[in-house]
Design a protein around this ligand. Structure first.
Ligand code: ADP
Ligand code: MG
Length: 642
C-alpha cells in the first residue's frame, strides 16, 4: 500500500472541498490515521470531524467504510460528497435487496471511495461474505458514543462493530469520532472497539468568548424577561423551552412586548419550520423560542445569547445547545435559568419513564401478537408496527408502548431501525372522469385542491389505498395538517368521493431471537441505563450548582484535563469581586501617594501598583465616592487628589 503524506491530504482538501488548511486538531487526526494508528477524535459538534476520515479516504488506496447511526445523516453526507465529485454511496435497511446487491457489486469493482453503512447491516450474511471481496483500507466509526451505555444515544448494534468486522486484517486502519466522550464513554468505546494503543485527539471544548452564566430563582418568568431584554440589545438569540406550549406562549409574550419572536417546535410543519429558521438566520427577527428540535445543523455565527428556560437532562445536550452562541468568536452569553425543584421533576420523569417488568412483558406479548409471531418462531425482516394497535392489544397507552419498545431495544430483545414518517392514504371511490368533472364544477379553491390531490396520488389510488408521506403532501399542497384534515373530511364525509386512512409514526421492528413464551430479561442490565441517566442528571445539577469555574466544569466533564478558570463566567467574576472587597486603607494610601506628585492616568497607576484592572477600578471607584480623588477632566481616565 502506498504511504500518502499530510501534503497529499492537503492537496485533497483543496481539490475536493476547496479549503486551504486544516484546523489544528484535524491535521493531527489525519496524520495519525496516515501513520496507521487507531485514532479516537473528540471534537465538539461543528468541530470538523467528518474531514478526519473523508480526507484520508481520498488519499488511501481502496475503500473506506463509514459506520453511522442515522439514515438521514448518511444521506446528507453522501449527497454532499457526491456533489464534490467524490464517489460515495450508502447501504441501509430502507433499500430494496437488489439495490443493496448492486451497490455491493460496484464496491467490489472499486467504484466507490466511501461506503456508508448502518451498523445493524454488518451482521447480515450477505455483508459477511462480501466483506472478504472488498479492498477496505479504513473503517470510520462516526458518532462513536453510540457504543456506550454511558452515551446519551446508546445503540446496541454499535457494540458489535469490531466483531462483525473481525475478518478484516491488521493493515486496515480504524478511526472513531464523537463530540461527547466523558471518561466513562471514552473507556467504554475504546474497549468495545478493541483499540489497543489508540491515539486520542481531543480539543475544541474551550470557548473563550462564551460567558457561561447560571441563575437559580423562584421568579423564572421575570428573570427570563429581563435576560431577553438585555440579550436582544446585543443581537439575536435563542430561548430553549420545554414544551411546544411554552414556545407558543413566550413567542407571543415577547412579540407583544415589542421583541419580535417566533416559535419553533416539532408540531409545526416543515415549511413553517424552515421559514422560521431561515428568517432567524438572516436576521429578519431576533428571537427564536424553541424546543430542542431547533438547532441541528444550524450555523448562525452571530447568535449572541442562548437562554435555557429549563434544565436539560444532560450536559451533552446543554453544551451543544448553549454552544450555538458566539460561533463568530464575539462575546456571547449562554444562560441557564432554573428553579431548585426542577431537578426533582427531571428525576421523577426519568424514574417514571422506566417501565416495570410486568409492563415490559405486556409490550412484548402485544408486539409479537401484532406481528403475528407464534411462540418459537423467528422473524426474518423488520416490520412496520403501529404503536396505536399494540397499545390497544396491551391495554396501555401508546406512549407507554413507545417507551417499552425503546427499553426492549436497549436490551437487545428487538432491533429498532427507523421511524416511518406519518403517511396519509387515499382511495378514490369514483372514476377519474368523475373527478375531472367535479374539479370543473367546484368553486376554484376546492376544485384546485381536489385536482392537486388527484395528480399527487395518481392511478394507484383508484384501485386501493395509496399512501403518501404526510410532510411531502403538506408541502406540495401548501396547507397545514389541520387544513388537510378538514379538506379530506369534506371529500370523504360530505362528497363521498374518497376514503381516507392515516398511519402515524411507525417504527421498523425485528425481534432478534425467536419469540419466547414470556419475556425474559436481565434485570440488572435493564435498570443500568436508568441509573446512567440519573447520574448524568447529577452532573448537570453539578454544573448548575458549582461554585467553581463553569467552563472548567464543562471541559473536565468532556475529558479535557488541563482546563484553567475562564475568568468570564458568573463564578469567576464573583470570585474576583469577593476577593478584593472591601478596599483596604493600605490600598487607598498607595494611590494617594502616587497622586501626590501630580495627576496620573489609569494605565500609569496600574503599572505602578501592579494591581489587576478590576481591583484597581474598585479602589478608584471607592476613592471617587469618598471624594479623595477626582477625574482631572470629564470623560478621561486621569485622576488627581481633591
Ligand atoms: P462535526 O462532524 O465535528 O460536527 P463537520 O464535519 O460536520 O463537524 O464540520 C462542520 C463544518 O465545518 C462543515 O461545514 C465543514 O465544511 C466545516 N469545516 C470542517 N473543516 C474545515 C476546514 N479545515 N476549513 C474550513 N471549514 C471546515
Ligand atoms: Mg459529524
Amino acid at each position: 500500500m502506498s504511504r500518502p503524506t499530510i501534503d497529499d491530504a492537503k492537496g485533497a482538501l483543496k481539490k475536493y472541498w476547496g479549503f486551504d488548511s486544516f484546523r489544528t486538531g484535524q491535521e493531527m487526526a489525519i496524520q495519525s490515521v496516515l501513520d496507521g494508528n487507531e485514532t479516537l477524535v473528540l471534537f465538539p459538534t461543528g468541530g470538523g470531524k467528518s474531514l478526519c476520515y473523508q480526507v484520508p479516504a481520498m488519499v488511501l488506496d481502496g475503500l473506506t467504510i463509514v459506520i453511522s447511526p442515522l439514515i438521514a445523516l448518511m444521506q446528507d453526507q453522501v449527497e454532499q460528497l457526491q456533489k464534490a465529485g467524490i464517489r460515495a454511496t450508502l447501504i441501509n435497511s430502507t433499500l430494496p435487496g437488489h439495490e443493496v446487491e448492486q451497490r455491493l457489486v460496484n464496491a467490489r469493482n472499486g467504484m466507490y471511495k466511501l461506503l456508508y453503512i448502518a451498523p445493524e447491516r454488518l451482521a447480515s450474511e450477505r455483508w459477511q461474505i462480501e466483506i472478504q471481496n472488498l479492498n477496505i483500507s479504513l473503517v470510520a466509526v462516526d458518532e462513536a458514543h453510540c457504543i456506550s451505555e454511558w452515551g446519551h444515544d446508546f445503540r446496541p448494534s454499535y457494540r458489535h462493530i469490531r466483531d462483525e468486522l473481525s475478518l478484516l486484517g491488521d493493515e486496515v486502519r480504524w478511526i472513531a469520532l464523537t463530540a461527547t466522550a466523558t471518561p466513562e464513554v471514552k473507556k467504554d468505546l475504546l474497549e468495545a472497539l478493541k483499540f489497543k494503543d489508540p491515539k486520542v485527539i481531543t480539543g475544541g471544548f474551550q470557548r473563550p468568548n462564551l460567558h457561561w452564566w447560571v441563575n437559580e430563582t423562584d421568579q423564572k418568568k421575570e428573570l427570563l424577561m429581563k435576560a431577553v431584554r438585555r440579550g436582544v440589545k446585543m443581537g439575536s438569540g435563542i430561548v430553549y423551552a420545554n414544551t411546544r406550549r411554552d414556545c407558543e406562549y413566550w413567542s407571543k409574550v415577547f412579540s407583544q412586548k415589542g421583541i419580535e419572536a417566533k416559535a419553533y417546535h416539532a408540531g409545526l410543519n416543515n415549511k413553517v419550520r424552515e421559514q422560521v429558521q431561515n428568517e432567524w438566520i438572516n436576521g429578519e427577527f431576533p428571537l427564536v423560542v424553541a424546543t430542542n428540535a431547533f438547532g441541528m445543523g444550524i450555523d448562525k455565527p452571530d447568535c449572541r445569547f442562548v437562554i435555557h428556560y429549563s434544565m436539560p437532562f444532560t450536559l451533552e445536550s446543554y453544551y451543544q445547545e448553549a454552544g450555538r452562541a458566539g460561533r463568530d468568536g464575539e462575546t456571547s452569553y449562554p444562560l441557564l435559568i432554573y428553579k431548585g425543584s426542577d431537578t426533582d421533576l427531571l428525576k421523577s420523569r426519568i424514574l417514571r419513564s422506566y417501565p416495570e417488568y410486568e409492563e415490559l412483558n405486556k409490550v412484548y406479548m402485544a408486539l409479537c401478537d401484532e406481528m403475528n409471531l407464534a411462540v418459537g418462531s423467528e422473524q426474518e425482516n423488520s416490520e412496520a408496527v403501529d404503536y396505536a394497535n399494540v397499545a390497544k392489544r396491551a391495554g396501555i397507552s401508546a406512549k407507554q408502548i413507545r417507551i417499552g419498545i425503546e427499553v426492549l431495544h436497549r436490551l437487545e430483545i428487538l432491533e429498532l431501525t427507523e421511524l416511518h414518517k406519518p403517511k396519509t392514504g387515499i382511495h378514490f371511490l369514483v372514476s377519474r372522469a368523475y373527478i375531472r368533472e367535479k374539479v370543473e364544477e367546484l368553486d376554484s379553491k376546492k376544485g384546485e385542491f381536489l385536482d392537486q390531490l388527484f395528480r399527487i396520488y395518481g392511478p394507484p389510488s383508484f384501485s386501493d389505498f395509496h399512501f403518501i408521506d404526510q410532510n411531502y403532501l403538506l408541502e406540495k399542497l401548501q396547507v397545514t395538517e389541520n387544513q388537510l384534515q378538514k379538506a379530506l373530511n369534506v371529500f370523504s364525509e360530505h362528497d363521498q368521493i374518497l376514503r381516507v386512512k392515516q398511519i402515524g409514526e411507525t417504527p421498523l421492528i425485528r425481534l432478534i431471537n425467536p419469540r419466547m413464551p414470556k419475556l425474559h430479561i436481565d434485570q440488572k442490565k435493564a435498570y443500568h441505563y436508568r441509573d446512567v441517566l440519573l447520574k448524568k442528571l447529577e452532573y448537570m445539577e453539578g454544573y448548575a450548582t458549582t461554585k467553581g469555574c463553569r467552563e472548567v466544569y464543562l471541559r473536565t466533564y468532556f475529558g479535557e484535563t488541563e482546563a484553567k478558570p475562564c475568568g468570564n463566567c458568573d463564578n469567576c467574576r464573583s470570585a474576583e469581586s469577593v476577593d478584593h472587597h472591601p478596599v483596604t486603607d493600605a490600598e487607598i494610601n498607595k494611590v494617594r501617594e502616587l497622586l501626590m506628585s501630580g495627576e496620573k492616568d489609569i494605565d500609569t497607576i496600574q503599572r505602578r501598583t501592579r494591581w489587576r484592572r478590576e481591583k484597581l477600578k474598585q479602589v478608584i471607584e471607592f476613592m471617587e465616592r469618598e471624594e479623595v480623588i477626582t477625574k482631572a477632566e470629564e470623560g478621561n481616565e486621569t485622576y488627581r487628589l481633591t
